[in-house]
Write a protein that binds this ligand. Structure first.
Ligand SMILES: *Cc1c(COP(=O)(O)O)cnc(C)c1O
Length: 485
């Protein structure tokens, strides 16, 4: 067998799981790289498009395979896969909260795939890179340098990790062995909290019924109401254990008053977790927007994404925890076969498997590190500020127009509006939904919808470094054209 022969792989000609023809592979890979770069250069020409039925059917995996790893494979990837993304690389993708991705991701993902590092632990480059990224986030967010962190797939996962550490603080590390027992742990959040927190409560066995939603105003959670709720639950025998503050709510881009929440959490001795999925990155923005997340560094834990407002390719997020001992106490579990060593491959500390659910983990840090090496944090701050400026501009245009209605004040990067302000609620919702769908189907723009005061409205979330002012004008013209016909 060729695999048993030490020596130059390039001379091997037998079929296996490495290219039999490295020169052919090299040529095909170069061609594919060209196709990928061409795609990004022309991102403006490629809005979302539905996957044709024939292409979808062609994705089915039959017995055969056998395309080889040369030109035929590269051609198939370029023609049948590459064009059918979510559309979020396009400058007028404003749906949900989607990052655009970065050209530097093409480089970092290529290197990451080549290294194939397992970042669960041990002593190698990718682990040091993850430490460097976590250290940078700590500084940006104002966490102490003793805080710990771990990169995960998204804010949803990061929320589970953060609340698991909060649970250890409330019930002690024995909770891992004994389960939650009889204590009724209660968490609190504003009404606009993301469903990720509800899911985390469910996964930790705490029950989403024990997530109490507090009314909010334009300035986020009503802090006085929160204090009353905590005190009355405690008198009734429950254990208030965490307050979840939101830095950038998913519907409206609102921010809780994190300074006030940090004061309250200290008074009441509860854990302050912040869901900063996208909004945490206002730390990098110009002052009017940066101020929105003031106080974030006082949280006990923070969950946020790199794949939204740091624009890096999916998926990448961080769980950051102020007290490293609680973080480790919630997750560390190494059987004998995983014991660390003072030196050698099994050296290195921390091992990231001690900070989260995953043992085997990919190299998520590299794409963040690469992007920051390329552009510097200042460029990200400028892009984030630019997105907020565009959302504000959209809000101003909508407000000034007689035929459109701004539904809520624009706080950061999200604008919600109606295209038929004078119609009654149901009809208004129907028109808004149909305009959004038509814009998607025609490749004009991707907005999404949400429901505010019971009415379906158009929602534009700008976490897109390719959007220009002309794109906002184009969007408004398209909205009117489609509504009027
Ligand atoms: C997107 C989002 C989440 C969930 O993050 P994922 O990365 O999608 O798991 C949580 N909270 C807020 C405010 C979000 O916008």
């Amino acid at each position: 067998m060729a695999g048993e022969t030490a020596g130059n792989g390039a001379e091997r000609k037998e079929a296996g799981l490495d290219p039999a023809d490295w020169d052919g592979f090299r040529a095909a890979a170069h061609g594919l790289l060209e196709a990928c770069i061409d795609r990004l250069v022309a991102a403006r020409d490629h809005p979302w498009q539905p996957v044709p039925e024939a292409v979808r059917a062609g994705y089915a995996i039959g017995e055969g395979g056998g395309l080889g790893d040369g030109a035929a494979l590269a051609d198939r990837l370029a023609r049948e896969v590459l064009p059918y993304g979510t559309g979020n690389t396009h400058p007028r993708f404003f749906g949900w909260v989607h990052g655009t991705g970065l050209a530097t991701g093409v480089m970092s993902e290529m290197v990451a795939a080549t290294m194939n590092a397992n970042c669960g632990g041990r002593d190698h480059g990718a682990v040091y890179m993850e430490r460097a990224v976590i250290d940078w986030v700590r500084r940006v967010m104002g966490f102490p340098d003793t805080a710990s962190g771990v990169l995960v797939g998204g804010t949803s996962q990061a929320t589970v990790i953060c609340l698991a550490a909060a649970r250890v603080r409330a019930l002690g590390p024995e909770v891992r062995r004994t389960g939650n027992g009889g204590a009724r742990l209660v968490a609190y959040a504003g009404g606009g909290v993301h469903a990720a927190t509800r899911k985390a409560m469910e996964l930790l066995g705490l029950g989403s019924g024990n997530l109490v939603l507090i009314p909010e105003t334009d300035a986020g959670i009503d802090v006085a109401a929160l204090r009353t709720a905590i005190q009355s639950d405690r008198s009734a025998g429950a254990v208030p254990f965490a307050v979840v503050g939101t830095a950038g709510s998913v519907d409206l881009g609102r921010f809780d008053d994190l300074e006030a929440l940090a004061d309250l959490a200290a008074d009441e001795a509860v854990w302050l977790h912040v869901d900063g999925a996208f909004g945490a990155w206002t730390r990098l923005a110009d002052p009017p927007w940066q101020r929105l997340s003031d106080g974030i560094g006082r949280a006990d834990s923070l969950a946020c994404d790199f794949h939204k407002w740091m624009y890096v390719p999916y998926d990448c997020a961080i769980a950051l925890i102020r007290d490293e001992r609680l973080h480790r106490a919630a997750f560390a579990a190494r059987p004998a076969y995983l014991e660390g060593a003072a030196e050698g491959v099994a050296g290195g500390d921390p091992w990231y498997c001690d900070y989260g659910v995953d043992l085997s983990r990919g190299n998520r840090a590299l794409k963040v590190w690469t992007a920051l090496q390329a552009y510097g944090a200042g460029a990200f701050g400028a892009a984030i500020t630019g997105n907020c400026v565009l959302a504000r501009y959209l809000g101003e245009q909508v407000s000034a127009a007689g035929d459109l209605g701004l539904v809520r004040r624009v706080v950061s990067n999200i604008c919600v509006f109606t295209v038929a302000p004078d119609a009654e609620a149901d009809l208004q919702g129907e028109i808004n939904a149909r305009v959004v769908l038509a814009m998607q189907m025609e490749g004009v723009a991707v907005c999404s919808t949400t429901r505010i005061d019971g009415i379906v409205v158009v929602r534009v979330a700008i976490t897109n470094h390719r959007t220009r002012p002309e794109d906002i004008d184009f969007l408004l013209a398209a909205v009117r054209r489609i509504r009027d016909r």
